[in-house]
Ligand binder design. Structure first.
Ligand SMILES: [Zn+2]
Ligand SMILES: [Zn+2]
Ligand SMILES: [Zn+2]
Length: 158
């Protein structure tokens, strides 16, 4: 009677390992797909962007600023966009001036961003929330539509 449970245990352990590997694969796949989470927000996710989309869009990713940063030549970029850029080049992508420092964006930009209303990241999963941009991160953390069941989908595909 001892042999059988042992066999089942070993078998399910191997199955778990396979599932874990699938999870890692699917996570890395989805993170390539959603790599936009580090760059600007998609303009069409905002409900009140109006005519400001040009003023508030990043020249690198063409999205709406995420954590905006100003250069010494007063151009504004998403923090991650300009960080990634500065690893390759130390000149401003807009006017080619030498980048010497990065600082906080003009208060006007921050104020405009703070007034924007954005749809939840998980709209495609059924969340209908429209959130003030400064509160988005907080909402994302506790959004009930966050797809934590990705691995179940992977399993049912087999
Ligand atoms: Zn950007
Ligand atoms: Zn510049
Ligand atoms: Zn949500």
């Amino acid at each position: 009677m001892f042999g059988l449970p042992g066999y089942i245990y070993k078998y399910s352990a191997r199955e778990n390992m396979d599932t874990t590997r699938d999870n890692i694969e699917s996570t890395s796949k989805s993170s390539t797909k959603f790599s936009c989470s580090d760059v600007g927000y998609e303009p069409n996710r905002f409900v009140n962007l109006g005519d400001f989309s040009e003023d508030l869009s990043c020249p690198i990713c063409f999205g709406i600023f995420r954590q905006p940063i100003t250069t010494n030549c007063r151009h504004v970029f998403c923090k991650n966009c300009i960080n990634t850029w500065s690893m390759k080049s130390l000149t401003c992508p807009v006017d080619r001036r030498r980048l010497t420092k990065l600082c906080k964006p003009p208060i006007l930009i921050e104020n405009m961003l703070n007034k924007l209303l954005i749809k939840c990241d998980y709209e495609q999963f059924g969340c209908e929330e429209i959130i003030e941009l400064p509160l988005l991160e907080q909402h994302i953390k506790c959004c009930h539509f966050k797809p934590k069941e990705t691995y179940l989908l992977v399993q049912s595909c087999k």
